[in-house]
Design a protein around this ligand. Structure first.
Ligand code: HEC
Ligand code: HEC
Ligand code: HEC
Ligand code: HEC
Length: 139
């Protein structure tokens, strides 16, 4: 290999490394393009199977990030924006019991998921998937 070629190759590879680091940083808050599996641990009774969740199908159907992702300030205003990191629902919603934060009721995890997912599917009649095993994989 000629010396010049080596320098060129090094330059290209270095460029690639920077590019992929850049992509990683952006991807940290971008919508996942793969179906994610919702399967939290710590439920006293883990009765149902995991839930496959397709982000793209939802945003294509018109759901906004803030229909599901939030961070409430003291006045109960959702101040989460999609340049902020996404925390797991379980970070704030206790797996087994309702809690309180700044005078706000923070419902336990199962109820939080069900209210979020099912309210939109059922009451607003926006989504067709309502039965337990439309969402939950069989155990
Ligand atoms: C629209 C989707 C959806 C539907 C419909 C749904 N669930 Fe869930 N459910 C979820 C999600 C998401 C979770 C969180 C899963 C996790 O954390 O592992 C969950 C969690 C649970 C949990 C606690 C976790 C566990 O595995 O024990 C139970 C129990 C449960 N669901 C029962 C039901 C039952 C019974 C029905 C039908 C009456 C139902 N769900 C319908 C989405 C759904
Ligand atoms: C219909 C509800 C819904 C919508 C709309 C939605 N998300 Fe999510 N998102 C979720 C759920 C549920 C999880 C899993 C949370 C958990 O594991 O506790 C999640 C997880 C994520 C994660 C972390 C993925 C991982 O594998 O850990 C990122 C990043 C994310 N969402 C970004 C976005 C962005 C950006 C948008 C808008 C373009 C968006 N989401 C729209 C429900 C939604
Ligand atoms: C940073 C902490 C935090 C995270 C992360 C979080 N929540 Fe919440 N959530 C709260 C708080 C605090 C409230 C109470 C708000 C109020 O009473 O005004 C709440 C309220 C709710 C409510 C009831 C009010 C409403 O908006 O309909 C649902 C449903 C809910 N969360 C579902 C979820 C789901 C699903 C996820 C994950 C995708 C999630 N939450 C992630 C803190 C959080
Ligand atoms: C803002 C409204 C809204 C919320 C919130 C919502 N969904 Fe949906 N969901 C829809 C719509 C609309 C469709 C139909 C999408 C389509 O036909 O492409 C759908 C489709 C689905 C499907 C079947 C299609 C697929 O590609 O996966 C599943 C499973 C599902 N949702 C699970 C969930 C779970 C789990 C949650 C909570 C974490 C949730 N949804 C929250 C509106 C919503």
């Amino acid at each position: 290999m000629s010396k010049r070629f080596c320098i060129l190759l090094t330059a290209i590879l270095t460029g690639l490394v920077f590019l992929s680091v850049g992509t990683l940083v952006v991807a940290a808050t971008a919508e996942p393009d793969k179906v994610i599996e919702i399967m939290n641990e710590g439920y006293t009774k883990d009765k149902k199977g995991p839930v496959a969740f397709d982000h793209m199908a939802h945003t294509k159907a018109g759901a906004k990030c803030t229909d599901c992702h939030h961070e409430y300030d003291k006045d109960g205003k959702n101040v989460w924006t999609d340049d902020k990191p996404v925390e797991k629902c379980a970070t704030c919603h206790d797996v087994n019991k309702n809690t309180e934060k700044d005078g706000m009721k923070v419902m336990k995890l199962q109820n939080a998921y069900h209210k979020n997912c099912k309210d939109c599917h059922k009451e607003k009649k926006k989504g067709p998937y309502k039965k337990c095993n439309d969402c939950h994989a069989k155990k």
